[in-house]
Write a protein of this length. Structure first.
Length: 316
């Protein structure tokens, strides 16, 4: 298949920042031969008109703001339809350097990786990066590395390259923010991943929504961690919760039986017996749910394999 590379820029109200980014893309010798596509996610400013002023840049538009995850799905669908062999996702706000695009794409184009992650942390913590982002990424990276058995240092960077196999294999259901979900989805399907160091700039005049609400960000990170185990290790998730409840029930039952052995009566602690029995029942029920969820997870895997084969035949 002919090598076709597309640089995809998701944009939402980026009229102030996108023009210099597009100028850099069209002028860079390593990017000039790549197809540049901007996906305008329902912007209400002049983002679309700015993009149209560049003759060789393709503009795709959403009728309303759909979010970054939906924009990513639009990008994947477009690249599959156009038989793109390498899709590079690149921010439109000027935080990343155009110079890094060929380096991020190189492992995918060389066939040594199915997808490449731009990493902001391979050479240390970026200057002026909000502490909340550093902390949140570190927590998620350690957890996801352990769950997937793959070392990942940056799980939130949107600067990435995807080969055709990764595009065909990608299945998003919206359970996570797309940046984490794609990594989990592809790694659990056995695709090869590599991290490439990238430079990033943080601008003082741009307010960070994360920095303004640290508690909400921490809660969001915790939610992602829990949903990761629930969706990709359901038996471990439900089994652990159910097992803990069952053990609590056994402790209560054991204490009450010991009391009965010495006194010959359950009174006045009958309520402890009911509580223990309830914990036993609830624990076993949750473990059973885990077994069912594990079976459903296997069915999902088989369905995704069928979807992959259908897409492969359709877009070959």
């Amino acid at each position: 298949m002919e090598t076709r590379v597309a640089v995809i820029l998701p944009a939402y109200n980026e009229a102030k920042h996108i023009q210099p980014v597009l100028e850099s893309l069209t002028a860079h010798p390593g990017v000039r031969d790549m197809r540049v596509v901007v996906i305008d996610d329902g912007s209400t400013d002049d983002t679309a008109s700015t993009v149209r002023s560049f003759a060789n840049i393709i503009l795709l538009q959403h009728g309303r703001n759909r979010g970054l995850g939906h924009t990513f799905r639009t990008a994947v669908d477009y690249c599959l339809q156009e038989r793109v062999t390498c899709m590079i996702f690149f921010d439109a706000d000027g935080q990343f350097s155009v110079e890094d695009i060929p380096r991020v794409a190189a492992p995918v184009l060389a066939g040594t990786a199915d997808f490449a992650l731009g990493s902001r942390f391979l050479h240390g913590i970026p200057k002026d990066m909000p502490v909340a982002k550093v902390w949140g990424n570190r927590m998620l990276a350690r957890f996801m590395s352990r769950v997937t058995r793959t070392t990942i240092r940056d799980v939130a960077c949107g600067f990435r390259a995807y080969g055709r196999e990764a595009l065909l294999r990608t299945t998003l259901n919206g359970s996570f923010t797309y940046t984490q979900e794609v990594i989990l989805d592809l790694l659990f399907k056995g695709l090869r991943c590599v991290e490439v160091p990238v430079t990033v700039k943080y601008f003082e005049d741009r307010e960070s929504t994360i920095s303004s609400n640290l508690w909400w960000y921490g809660f969001r990170v915790f939610g992602i961690l829990m949903r990761t185990i629930r969706d990709y290790r359901p038996l471990a998730f439900f089994g652990y919760v159910g097992g803990m409840l069952f053990v609590v029930g056994l402790v209560l039952d054991g204490w009450l039986l010991q009391y009965y052995f010495f006194t010959g009566s359950f009174s006045p602690y009958k309520i402890i017996g009911f509580a223990g029995a309830f914990c036993n029942f609830l624990g076993l029920t949750i473990i059973f749910i885990g077994l069912v969820a594990e079976m459903l997870n296997r069915i999902r895997s088989e369905q995704e394999e069928s979807l992959y084969l259908i897409k492969k035949m359709r877009y070959q």
